[in-house]
Design a protein around this ligand. Structure first.
Ligand SMILES: CC(C)(COP(=O)(O)OP(=O)(O)OC[C@H]1O[C@@H](n2cnc3c(N)ncnc32)[C@H](O)[C@@H]1OP(=O)(O)O)[C@@H](O)C(=O)NCCC(=O)NCCS
Length: 169
């Protein structure tokens, strides 16, 4: 299995992976909307020429005490086809994706997700670092990872996702 950058011809397969993993079209539609409107990062896990997993990052903004040019990315969605879940594919995608985000100059990544899953990659509740989420969610599900030690030191604010997330139904 390899993890690589999504290619234009992967778009349909990526849709199918998201629909299979989430059992609905919302996340697949969100990816399609974001891809068309903003600079994003998208990686796929490929095995025997089949796409079995996908991870996606899009920029977030921070309302508060934070420089405008600080690049923070939101991880969403992450999807592995049901028959290949719990075999390490998601972890590979997350680790690979975070490395690429750091290479691109992103200082931090936020995620709204399973609080039992993301801490293994270093994510901590964002509130501990002084950051909240624009959505009313429990503190433990909104997490943050600094890609450079202390990158967010002294900053705080409310994280806002792209408007395309609001259309996610
Ligand atoms: C969540 C998901 C991406 C994880 O990918 P994966 O390849 O199955 O995960 P990995 O094999 O890398 O890691 C397995 C670990 O994740 C945990 N895990 C998997 N799915 C989980 C879930 N829904 N909630 C909490 N933990 C989960 C497992 O317990 C396992 O932990 P262990 O190693 O301590 O036993 C995948 O299960 C998936 O696509 N789920 C449906 C879509 C989804 O919920 N996406 C994430 C939105 S935040």
């Amino acid at each position: 299995m390899e993890v690589r950058v999504e290619k234009p011809e992967d778009v349909d397969a990526v849709r199918k992976v998201n629909i299979a993993a989430f059992g609905r079209e919302s996340e697949a539609n969100l990816v399609d909307r974001l891809r068309g409107s903003v600079s994003t990062l998208s990686f796929v896990a490929v095995e025997s020429e089949q796409i079995i997993g996908h991870i996606f990052f899009s920029p977030v903004t921070i309302a508060g005490n934070c420089p405008d040019d600080l690049l923070v990315l939101g991880l969403a969605p992450l999807a592995v086809v049901p028959e290949r879940q719990r075999q390490g594919v998601g972890s590979l995608l997350v680790r690979h994706g975070l490395n690429e985000c750091a290479k691109l100059g992103s200082k931090a990544v936020v995620v709204l997700g399973h609080p039992e899953y993301y801490p293994r990659f270093g994510f901590v509740p964002a509130k501990k670092k002084g950051f909240g989420c624009e959505y009313a969610v429990p503190d433990e599900v909104f997490m943050l990872l600094e890609l450079e030690n202390g990158a967010l030191e002294g900053y705080s604010g409310t994280v806002k996702y792209r408007p395309e997330f609001k259309e996610c139904e």
